[in-house]
Design a protein around this ligand. Sequence first.
Ligand code: SF4
Length: 467
Amino acid sequence: MENKTYYIITLGCQMNERDSENVAGILSDMGYSEATARENAGIIIVNTCSVRENADNRFFGILGQLKKIKEKAPETIVGVCGCMMQQQQIVDKVREKYSWVDLVFGTHNIHMLSELLGNIIAEHRKIVSILGGSSEIVEGLPSKRMFPFKAYVDIMHGCNNFCTYCIVPFTRGREISRSPGNIVREIENLVKDGVLEVTLLGQNVNSYDGQKGVSQTGDARVGFSELLQMIENVQGLERVRFMTSHPKDLDDETIAIFGNKNSNLCPGVHLPVQSGSSRILEAMNRRYTKEDYLLLVEKLRAANPDIVITTDFIVGFPGETEEDFDETIDLIEKVRYDSAFTFIYSPRFGTPAAKSKDQVPEDVKHERFNRMVKRLNEITLEKNKLYLAREEEVLVEGVSKTNAQMLQGRTHGGKLVNFPGEVGIAGHTPLGHIARNDSSGAESLIGRIVPVRIVDVNTFSFIGEMV
Ligand code: SF4
């Protein structure tokens, strides 16, 4: 009997997670259900990421594991998709060396998945189908969401920025924005289904330009701040987040919304800086200086002194000197981030920086990386201590992964909180949304916003107790 189950392995960013929700939605519509483990699945899809070398290596490692599954169950269909498949040399490698892969598709033709699978099943052949780009966003794809109470909403696809280290503009194509009307309608429907929090997604949400879609208001252009204002008006929506921002495009209008106490925009912004050296920023083609960035931080804190600011750093970009690195440490001291993701530079095939002759030696990169992480963590802990005894509204997302007695959720600013859940304490439930497992104890709070007092903190999370 045909095995009508699927298993999806998602690598990389939130955009990929959102794409995987669409892949799951299409497979569900085709009558497939989710398998409990990859070994049991009739279809296994790996959604790949090409931002860093690590993710590439992980992908090829996973393909090696899938070979064993395919040997035991040859009828299993193995599919691969995502950013890596938009690179010809990767597709060639998969075709030559990984003969057990049945389907290769890209970031621009997820909507064709049911047709492609239908052909594989009917004709027993392998298919590679990659589109080079797309001039429009396919709306209305089925979707199987990961959470019932929070959702990712993609507002734009692609990127026009060509940072010299980044492969994304080559794999995701040029920027295209969804129409504001479609975005708002999607969010209204999500809220009707019980969603309290949406995260707006795009490679550079601040350059959202609804003009290319059909404006609901008939305006010539709907920029990001106008879109946020439209979304603010969705009744019942408690929280709005967005990622990722580009410092060169974060405008005063958007910053002003962070200052509006009645807004449902969460007071947290992920603002990747990458380096504190203006010289390196120029080499990265980031199109802002250290001073421009510091001014943005000043404006954000003026709008809302409590705003949580997080960032990304790349350590060891080609040509980075000790003086450049000192500039980065100086920026860290000035901004005092709530937290940061730090990455050691890894060359990405086809990008200008990968061709530079001025690569930083591995040991130097690692030494700088360790120094930076140590200082960032110290500051994070110092900042977290300011939350002690404070009462925070926490959206409960689930049971803690490390302690089954604890629930886990996020504050408005996005800080992670673990706390013991109590039975029967009603959370804030607009629209009368009833959380799952109501009768089974602590889990009944999952999907609700509850008040929690912070009683202890460490670098990566808070401990709280319900008020
Ligand atoms: S803004 Fe730069 S880092 Fe971000 S996706 Fe575009 S090119 Fe890559």
